[in-house]
Design a protein around this ligand. Structure first.
Ligand code: NAD
Length: 293
């Protein structure tokens, strides 16, 4: 069984990015600049954003964290995004989700300029992805593809069953895996909360991707011998033995599924780290497009 170690794969991506940035700055050009907007004090969001900012530093990007109180009015947030859209010194903008209930997520996503949308959530970028045009790929599915690339996972002609159809994970990953790409060309079944016979479908899968948000949902009896298993899920569960009071759990019952899988991602240390790698790659892509044009 191969452990699809996100630390190894993301370090390799970051090393390459770091070298590219060194060449850029050695030529007296500014470094790529990512701005992250964080609203409120959601513990998980704080952790994710801190990790994104830290990773920017590791590869030599400039990063800025803009914080708003969770009572911020939507129009104040939108004005800030427009200001960042118009600032030529800023390449990527991300707004950490989820947002407080009074702020409309769709409006926020659509306000970020598609050329700076390093999370790849804007409908223009999503549309380009569907049509196979160059675009900014949502960071998590991009990270999964980078993981397949690093570990040379053969996806061609394989049956991939993806559980979860969200716009940020399952749906875009279904498009990538079914596209005519090096690590695509799979036959994809996209499952969701109304899917019948989920277990039977999963048992037919050469590749199972779990992106549901339900800890240990995928058990060994749902997975075929030799399948590749990608666990996107991250849920905080109470754990009094931990200093933080919680630990992270994936959507896959790792210990038992690992005995059947040919390759599997751990949680933590799997797709989460690859998501950041995808985000960093998108930021450099935006920077390069701007500097060339
Ligand atoms: P979401 O809540 O938007 O979507 C969940 C999906 O699961 C839905 O499409 C729903 O139809 C499906 N689902 C729910 N119950 C189901 C069931 N019983 N059977 C089949 N399908 C079912 O979630 P999301 O934003 O896509 O996130 C999913 C998980 O991935 C969460 O744990 C989230 O924290 C995690 N996540 C991780 C990363 C990362 O970087 N590793 C990035 C994004 C999300």
């Amino acid at each position: 069984m191969i452990l699809l170690d996100g630390k190894l794969a993301s370090s390799s991506v970051k090393e390459t990015l770091k070298k590219e940035v060194e060449i850029i700055t050695a030529n007296n050009k500014r470094a790529p600049h990512l701005v992250a907007i964080l609203i409120g004090n959601n513990g998980a969001s704080e952790t994710y954003v801190a990790s994104k900012i830290r990773s920017c530093k590791e590869v030599g990007f400039t990063s800025t964290l803009i914080r708003f109180d969770d009572t911020v009015e939507e129009n104040i947030l939108l004005q800030k995004i427009i200001e960042l859209n118009n600032n030529d010194e800023i390449d990527g903008i991300l707004v950490q989700l989820p947002l407080p209930k009074h702020i409309n997520e769709t409006t926020v996503i659509q306000t970020i300029h598609p050329d700076k949308d390093v999370d790849g959530f804007h409908p223009i970028n999503a549309g380009k992805l569907v049509q196979g045009l160059p675009t900014l790929i949502p960071a998590t599915p991009y990270g999964v593809m980078l993981l397949f690339d690093y570990f040379n996972i053969d996806t061609k002609g394989k049956h991939a069953v993806i559980i979860g159809r969200s716009n940020i994970v399952g749906r875009p990953l279904s498009i990538l895996l079914s596209s005519n790409l090096l690590h695509g060309n799979s036959t994809v079944t996209l499952c969701h909360s109304s899917t019948k016979n989920l277990k039977e479908l999963c048992l037919q899968a050469d590749i199972v991707v779990a992106a549901i948000g339900k800890p240990e949902f995928v058990t060994a009896e749902m997975v075929k011998q030799g399948a590749v298993v990608i666990d996107v899920g991250i849920t905080r569960v109470d754990d009094a033995t931990k200093k933080s009071g919680y630990r992270l759990k994936g959507d896959v019952k790792f210990d038992e599924v690992a005995t059947k899988a040919s390759a599997i991602t751990p949680v933590p240390g799997g797709v989460g780290l690859m998501t950041i790698a995808g985000l960093l790659k998108n930021t450099l892509q935006v920077y390069k497009m701007k500097m060339i044009n």
